[in-house]
Design a protein around this ligand. Structure first.
Ligand SMILES: [Zn+2]
Length: 327
């Protein structure tokens, strides 16, 4: 979903109602081919840039706001289309037959859509386990029921692009509160937080040439995007100095972001260890700031997300004896 697009000054000729005449919001569903491989898991082709628009094909482009009802109806439409997909058989000149089987997953979705799909009521809660902000910083919850993923919640994967933005914004919001070390901005600290934000924005502009955390034109969202976040993280020494946040924390977060965007195999156990180590390190420095759901999601469920992708990969071959195109 994308809101705050500029509206065209004339109405559309074929629009029937006032709402379908509104082109300020876009809701796009796309299909991205990920891998083409045979029954033995030998890959013929892999999309090395799944986040790029290069192989991205729109399934549907709607002028509509991303509401809960729309997300749910779009899922129903897609699920029924996916279940009606037929295998494609190709007979080669030498008589050999290739059968192509398609597997589709709803992935690369942001936190809001994930919450709706997983039936989690608030976007403040974890879209995977449903835990609340007050649970996130309690390290006793690790490996306990509170942080148990809901059924099917891990199947939607993770969107590396959104992770870059969310991690970056997490650091920004932490940095704004460092002078008074409190998650909640009480009225007596409102001015201090605003001053700190201004100071940080000025340094970003002067020292990195980045406009950070300004409201986006149209009144929805901010100027923060994936490119801003990647640029900022790439110079982690300077980022640490601008935000006055521990450099090791920034480097360790960046390592996770790079791992998620990587096409190379990831050691799940080492990844989990890295995340847990990071949480303990974070808690030793900034326990007063509640982890946002988007960061908790990756630190606690990241290794499981990797495992599910791996498991899907393995389990497909048990009964299959065909060529597969995984979309
Ligand atoms: Zn969770």
């Amino acid at each position: 979903g994308s809101t705050g697009q500029s509206s065209y000054k004339q109405g559309y000729a074929n629009s029937s109602s006032a709402s379908s005449n509104d082109d300020a919001s876009l809701f796009v569903t796309t299909m991205i081919p990920l891998v083409l491989e045979n029954k033995n898991g030998i890959e013929y082709w892999r999309n090395t840039t799944p986040q790029s628009t290069r192989f991205c094909r729109p399934v549907r482009i709607l002028f509509a706001k991303e509401t809960k009802a729309l997300i749910e109806s779009e899922r129903a439409v897609l699920s029924s289309e996916v279940s009606n997909l037929k295998n494609v058989s190709i007979v080669l000149q030498n008589g050999h037959m290739i059968e192509v089987v398609f597997e589709l997953y709803l992935t690369i979705i942001d936190g809001k859509v994930l919450s709706v799909l997983n039936g989690v009521a608030s976007s403040m809660c974890c879209p995977i386990c449903g835990a609340k902000p007050n649970d996130f910083n309690n390290l006793d919850n690790i490996n306990k029921d509170v942080f148990q993923p809901r059924q099917g919640a891990l199947l939607h994967g993770v969107s590396p692009l959104h992770c870059w933005i969310r991690f970056f914004e997490f650091l920004l919001h932490l940095a704004y509160r460092i002078p008074f070390k409190s998650w909640q901005i009480k009225s007596e600290f409102k001015l201090v937080a605003a001053e700190q934000k201004k100071l940080i924005q000025a340094r970003f502009w002067k020292e990195m040439g980045l406009r950070v955390d300004y409201p986006a034109p149209g009144g929805s969202g901010t100027s923060n995007d994936g490119n801003t976040a990647r640029r900022a993280f790439s110079n982690y020494k300077l980022l640490s100095s601008i935000l006055t946040i521990d450099e090791k924390l920034i480097v360790d977060l960046r390592t996770i972001l790079i791992a998620f965007g990587s096409q190379l195999p990831i050691d799940h156990d080492k990844f989990q260890e890295h995340c847990h180590q990071l949480i303990y390190h974070y808690m030793s420095l900034y326990s007063w700031f509640k982890l946002p759901a988007s960061v908790h999601k990756i630190l606690i469920h990241g290794a499981d997300l990797f495992r599910v992708v791996h498991w899907l990969h393995e389990s497909r071959y048990e009964n299959e004896n065909r060529y597969q195109l995984l979309l």
